[in-house]
Write a protein that binds this ligand. Structure first.
Ligand code: SF4
Ligand code: SF4
Length: 541
């Protein structure tokens, strides 16, 4: 039963400058920023060529709309009265009766009304059977998309910490461009074939980021930057943001290296806000110990911040970060919370801090956090050789303990690492499904504008300022990432995955970890063979 009064109230509210702020961009992505007494909620409506659309709520929940629902949702958000929306529907879709058009319009308007209720903590729970026929709440990874939902911008690879397990490797051997290799096995080979083929915008650069190099061996062609400079200029980053908005990417994460070392960060956040994009910051938090700097980010439009905190123990955190960082990081966290930024922490669980994971939850709770995240080792850069990784057998009980402690304290625990479900299932651990979404829901832009699937997978498929979006999005590597579920064999996944019922949600785990395990077992096999050769009597002796 449609509540027409509610529909009218909603339309009125959209035009009320005190309650709702409406913004429509000219760049392929419609943004609606609604501020209500119950809170703020942002919507991004991204249209597809066939008239269907995806509606993103606070850049996290996605609802797929058929062409009819897409048109009606746009009109509802634009504040067009429901009668006129029904008439527009009939003009666009011939053969629709007046009664049907009115009924469809009222259903979608009522849905939009409910979605905008910022006091409702689960907006997609409001999708009822009344609108289900027009609105698809699809399982993750089941609907092809035309651009990712999120882009990580690695503004610089400079860093004021020096974590031994850091997944960044700078200077770095450079992978051959435009890989045709399966996602499950490319990195080592590509790195060894390094040719520096994506040398940035000028194609002839040789600048190298001066980031930490201790313990991170680099060989072959070093990381090359645009035009010989260490990063894109602020003006070029503006162009990157414009480009991402134009193809419909609603969510930007500033990362690195350490992104707060990039002086123009507040300017980039402001530009993204002007484009209607949601901005997040992944940082070690040290520069946030300056409350004035936090305020400059907040007032520029920063929406959320994630601060890496490895332990509540100063000595352990500092040892893992390779710097005396703990006090600044904790102060940065407190400043972020005081500035009313949505702040969370992330912790990489390694052999050095696993024993303190439980008590870290208490520490974060006492600081006032309501959400925190953890991840396992990422097998790239320092993570390949530091030897601090933890096996899944050891990890599972720790995650269960952290989960239970978080629940007792009414905190939300996010587990980031996409493990192989047959070894450690996040679903069975009640942590929710986790699957690698690189090259699909998420991409990374390097300091020189090169586009890679994720921050740890150093294989560029093009340059965001130089190459067309279809060239990047439809590159062989990105397509293989996206097609893992449909064609696991071509994607390089091992035979047990091919017919596995868990494949759609598991995706075979992290390809970097698979690659690492293969290389470790190959190395072990080779050394065993060498050992046997040494002990075998030679037939030619
Ligand atoms: S898809 Fe592969 S990695 Fe995932 S559970 Fe199945 S067999 Fe294991
Ligand atoms: S390849 Fe996928 S799972 Fe592995 S680190 Fe990158 S995003 Fe995460």
């Amino acid at each position: 039963m449609v509540n027409r009064d509610a529909t009218r109230r909603w339309t009125k509210r959209l035009f009320d400058p005190l309650l709702g702020k409406r913004r429509v961009e000219q760049c392929g992505l419609r943004t609606y920023d609604l501020r209500r007494p119950g809170g703020r909620r942002r919507f991004h409506l991204r249209s597809n060529a066939d008239g269907s659309a995806v509606l993103l709520i606070d850049a996290t929940d996605a609802i797929h709309l058929n062409p009819t629902a897409a048109l009606l949702a746009r009109l509802a958000f634009d504040g067009v009265p429901v009668e006129r929306a029904a008439a527009a529907l009939r003009r666009q879709f011939r053969g629709v009766s007046a009664a049907q058009a009115r009924s469809d319009a009222e259903r979608i308007y009522a849905l939009v009304e409910r979605l905008t209720d910022a006091t409702d903590r689960c907006p997609t729970c409001t999708i009822t059977s009344a609108a289900e026929a027009m609105v698809k709440w699809q399982p993750p990874f089941s609907v092809p998309i035309s651009a990712p939902y999120k882009a990580d911008l690695a503004l610089t690879y400079d860093c004021n910490n020096n974590c031994r397990h850091c997944y960044n490797q700078c200077p770095r051997p450079r992978a051959a461009a435009r890989s045709a290799e399966p996602v499950g096995s490319p990195l080592k080979k590509l790195v060894s074939e390094s040719s520096g083929a994506t040398a940035g915008l000028s194609g002839s650069a040789s600048g190298i980021s001066p980031k930490h190099t201790a313990g991170q061996a680099g060989s072959g062609t070093l990381f090359q930057q645009a035009g010989g400079s260490s990063t894109l200029s602020t003006k070029q980053w503006y162009q990157v943001l414009d480009r991402l908005a134009a193809v419909g990417v609603p969510h930007i994460i500033y990362t690195g290296g350490e992104p707060t070392l990039f002086d123009s960060l507040p300017d980039l956040i402001r530009r993204a806000a002007d484009l209607g994009l949601v901005s997040g910051l992944n940082t070690n938090g040290r520069r946030l110990s300056d409350a004035g700097y936090v305020e400059s980010l907040r007032s520029a439009g920063l929406d959320h911040v994630q601060i890496t905190l490895q332990s509540d123990d100063r000595a352990v955190h500092n040892a893992m970060c390779g710097a005396a960082a703990f006090d600044e990081t904790v102060r940065g966290l407190k400043n972020s919370l005081a500035a009313d930024l949505h702040a969370i922490t992330n912790t990489t669980l390694t052999r050095r801090n696993i024993g303190q994971a439980g008590r870290l939850v208490d520490f974060l709770h006492d600081l006032g956090l309501t959400v925190f995240a953890m991840n396992g080792m990422i097998f790239a850069g320092g993570g390949l050789n530091c030897g601090d990784e933890i096996g899944v057998e050891e990890l599972a009980p720790v995650l269960a303990d952290v989960r239970d402690r978080a629940a007792q304290r009414r905190m939300r625990f996010l587990w980031y690492t996409p493990t192989e479900y047959c070894r450690l299932s996040p679903v069975e651990l009640e942590l929710g499904p986790r699957r690698c979404n690189a090259g699909e829901y998420s991409i990374c832009i390097e300091p020189n504008g090169d586009v890679i699937p994720c921050q740890s997978y150093y294989v560029p498929v093009g340059n965001i300022l130089r190459d067309s979006w279809p060239t990047i999005w439809e590159s062989a590597l990105f397509r293989r990432f996206r097609n893992r579920g449909a064609d696991p064999r071509a994607a390089g996944l091992p035979a047990p995955c091919w017919e596995c019922p868990d494949l759609p949600l598991c995706g075979g785990g992290c390809p970097l970890e698979q690659d690492h395990r293969r290389s470790v077992s190959t190395t072990a096999r080779e050394s065993k063979q060498a050992e046997m050769r040494q002990t075998e009597p030679s037939v030619h002796a």
